[in-house]
Design a protein around this ligand. Structure first.
Ligand SMILES: [Ca+2]
Ligand SMILES: [Ca+2]
Length: 271
């Protein structure tokens, strides 16, 4: 129905001491200051035609009519959410561009296998519009492939979007009314710890446009809150499986590859 590509999430290769930047990871961001918190990293597909900026005490996505299937988003910088425990996160989103082409603002979780390539895995809930019909949009994807999508009409420009996770059931609940299964519009089962096999996930907040000129205030995000979560502040260099702990599981993965050598040519490897 809507061909799109979303660039959600950074890889886990960024080893920096985030706690040195601002103590522990904040549990909320109201985007009110003069500049974006270091808890976020910005990704822009095409800075000439789509931007995400902290201004007017919120995050605003703006774009031109030359934006062509492009994203602008902020992603959790170095920190991530542990999937060993339940989590509850929410954010306020607003989208009022009613046009024939698709544009949206979104909130989601995901990760990227290979930070050098468009190889993202993500689950998002969005406020968007195309064919002059505003709607809520759900999407689960891997790279350029949409694996699962859904859409329902929307009658308000703003909404609080809720993402909650039941770690024991590996169920992710997406909603515009509240946390948990009782509020879920979409329930995604067996993906985060199942298909993805992830001990942590990153958070993404952003916008997307297919040639829709988004003016200041038409597409915006605000008031990100972590109501419940165990956070990983930063991956340690020896944390091979990225579960925020360095233990025997990491050692076992290292031992599996011990003395392996992938140099090309192979003659460069120790003989
Ligand atoms: Ca704000
Ligand atoms: Ca580990």
């Amino acid at each position: 129905m809507r061909r799109r590509r979303v660039l959600l999430v950074a890889g886990g290769i960024f080893v920096m001491n985030l706690s040195a930047v601002f103590g522990s990871v904040p549990r909320f961001d109201n985007f009110d200051g003069d500049s974006l918190s270091p808890m976020w990293k910005v990704f822009l597909d095409d800075p000439r035609n789509i931007l995400i900026e902290q201004t007017h005490s919120r995050l605003e996505v703006t774009s031109t009519d030359l934006s062509d299937e492009v994203d602008a988003l902020v992603v959790s910088n170095a920190w991530s959410i542990c999937t060993s425990d339940d989590f509850k996160i929410k954010a306020d989103l607003y989208h009022s561009a009613v046009t024939n082409n698709w544009s949206e603002v979104y909130f989601g979780v995901g990760y990227r296998d290979d930070p050098l390539h468009y190889n993202e895995n993500y689950i998002e809930i969005a406020l968007g519009c195309d064919f002059h019909e505003p709607g809520y949009w759900y999407e689960r994807g891997a790279g350029d492939v949409e694996l699962d999508t859904d859409w329902i009409p929307r009658y308000s420009s703003d909404a609080t979007l809720y993402i909650s996770y039941d770690a024991s059931l590996d169920k992710l609940y997406l909603s515009s009314t509240g946390y948990g299964p009782q509020n879920a519009w979409k329930t995604v089962t067996g993906v985060i710890k199942g298909d993805w096999n992830r001990a942590t996930v990153k958070i993404g907040l952003g916008g997307y446009s297919e040639g829709v000129p988004l003016a200041s205030g038409q597409a915006r995000l605000d008031n990100f809150v972590i109501d419940e979560a165990t956070l990983c502040e930063v991956f340690l260099p020896a944390d091979v499986n990225e579960d925020c702990k360095v233990d025997l599981a990491d050692f076992a993965m290292i031992a599996e590859s011990w003395l392996a050598c992938n140099l090309d040519p192979q003659s460069a490897c120790p003989q």
